[in-house]
Design a protein around this ligand. Structure first.
Ligand SMILES: *[C@@H]1O[C@H](CO)[C@@H](O)[C@H](O)[C@H]1NC(C)=O
Ligand SMILES: *[C@@H]1O[C@H](CO)[C@@H](O)[C@H](O)[C@H]1NC(C)=O
Ligand SMILES: *[C@@H]1O[C@H](CO)[C@@H](O)[C@H](O)[C@H]1NC(C)=O
Ligand SMILES: *[C@@H]1O[C@H](CO)[C@@H](O)[C@H](O)[C@H]1NC(C)=O
Length: 399
């Protein structure tokens, strides 16, 4: 963040400098020393870097809304049994730390969803970890197809640069990553129980963190001031020195289901003809044409010689169907040919499939009386000619 701002500053200065086209060397040296100076300041101010970052970010960041949607695995959570202690007054956590859209620090009732640990004595923990690099590490637990551990540093300036804060980390078990290197994105929230208000105080980075073979650990250097775990009045230690910590890990796997929806308008082979010979002897309810290809999709024409539904006995019903049961939007012209005058009766379908027939068409396409009327030219030599011209259709492709 800071680095990017500095880079931008540098770039801006360079462009201005080019315009002026003088003192190139001195301005460059000036900029260089400015840069080195700020980097050094940032380095020495590392414990406060998080705050600084937040302050800088705050001007750009969006306001975070309430209502984080979490995967609460109720029931699966190992219980962290503790008794409420209402002896002390509720003292709010110091609030002057400026928070941005990227980090959220609040209290909630919902317990940790991935892992929870209770230390029967925080003070004892602080002593015991000294023989273990000043850190405590949980047993492995499984979330999102990976094993993880929770790491807590309860002592001052451990790890280096944490100042007077408790630091919390999660580490992804690398055996899966070694076998199959990949990026794992996970949203991480660290929590600690606050007995005075019977809630969990949490620190949440709203962006998912990326874990991979070369970055197996991530966390908050400045989770909460260690001072809060000395004063029982704050509620973070309770019932004779107990404390509770936890973590939510939400692994976000890339999508596995997808489709591409498109609309096809340049149809190859748009017209299909179908001859129904010996029409007067056809006594089945319906007849379907052989499948034909149009616009790269297979279709079928379907005729009810004596009508279907409300058209039964009075009209010919005609439908276009998808041979592969596709059901998108279709625009097509359906025709029955007048074989005497070389013209036709035409009706256009445009829309999603009809409710009754899984296709596009009309129950009442043409009155049976017109077909029987030899002068109209629909039935010549007992042959009916049906035609379709497909104009466009929607497509949905997936793997
Ligand atoms: C997680 O750890 C358990 C116990 O060590 C092991 O049996 C399991 O295979 C591990 N799972 C993954 C995904 O690494
Ligand atoms: C995998 O994790 C173990 C335990 O943290 C570590 O000792 C080892 O160096 C890691 N291996 C790789 C390849 O990162
Ligand atoms: C079938 O769909 C077409 C438009 O695609 C519509 O004009 C016609 O009325 C529908 N018929 C029925 C029976 O739903
Ligand atoms: C009528 O059909 C018969 C056989 O079905 C055929 O031999 C004859 O050529 C047809 N006539 C016309 C005008 O198509």
């Amino acid at each position: 963040m800071l680095h990017t701002i500095l880079k931008k500053k540098k770039e801006k200065m360079f462009t201005e400098e080019k315009k002026k086209n003088k003192n190139y060397g001195s301005i460059f040296i000036y900029c260089f020393f400015c840069f080195v100076f700020v980097v050094e300041v940032a380095r020495f101010a590392k414990p406060y870097y998080k705050n600084l970052e937040n302050l800088v970010e705050e001007t750009e960041a969006l306001v975070v809304e309430e209502g984080f949607v979490g995967l609460e695995k109720s029931g699966i959570l190992p219980p962290c049994p503790f008794k409420r202690s209402r002896s002390a007054l509720s003292v709010p956590v110091r609030n002057h730390q400026k928070l941005s859209g990227a980090i959220r620090r609040e209290d909630r009732t919902r317990p940790p969803s991935s892992y929870c640990v209770k230390f029967t004595s925080f003070a004892t923990l602080q002593q015991l970890v000294k023989g273990n690099g000043d850190k405590w590490e949980s047993r492995p637990f499984s979330v999102g197809g990976y094993n993880w551990t929770l790491i807590i540093y309860p002592n001052e300036n451990k790890p280096q640069g944490s100042g007077g804060y408790v630091s919390m980390y999660v580490r992804i078990d690398n055996s899966t990553l070694i076998a199959n290197p990949r990026d794992v994105y996970a949203e991480i929230t660290f929590l600690t129980y606050k007995s005075t208000i019977d809630k969990y105080h949490f620190l949440q980075e709203t962006d998912a963190q990326r874990f991979h073979l070369f970055k197996q650990q991530w966390g908050q250097l400045n989770f909460l001031e260690i001072g809060y775990y000395r004063d029982p009045g704050q509620g973070f230690i309770f019932d004779g020195g107990q404390s509770v910590f936890g973590v939510d890990i939400l692994v976000s796997n890339p999508f596995e289901n997808w489709e591409v929806f498109s609309y096809e308008e340049n149809i190859l082979d748009p017209v299909f003809n179908w001859k129904l010979t010996k029409f007067s002897t056809r006594d089945l309810d319906s007849y379907s044409s052989d499948p034909f290809s149009s616009g790269g999709r297979n279709w079928v024409l379907k005729v009810y010689p004596n009508g279907v539904g409300p058209a039964t006995g009075n009209s010919l019903s005609l439908f276009l169907l998808s041979a592969s049961n596709e059901n998108g939007y279709v625009k097509a012209k359906l025709r029955v040919l007048d074989q005497i005058r070389s013209t036709h009766v035409e009706k256009q379908v445009e829309g999603w499939p009809n409710a009754t027939e899984r296709g596009w068409g009309f129950e009442k396409f043409l009155p049976l009386a017109d077909i029987k009327d030899a002068s109209k030219g629909f039935l010549v030599n007992d042959t009916l000619k049906v035609e379709v011209e497909i104009l466009s259709f929607s497509k949905s492709d997936s793997l």
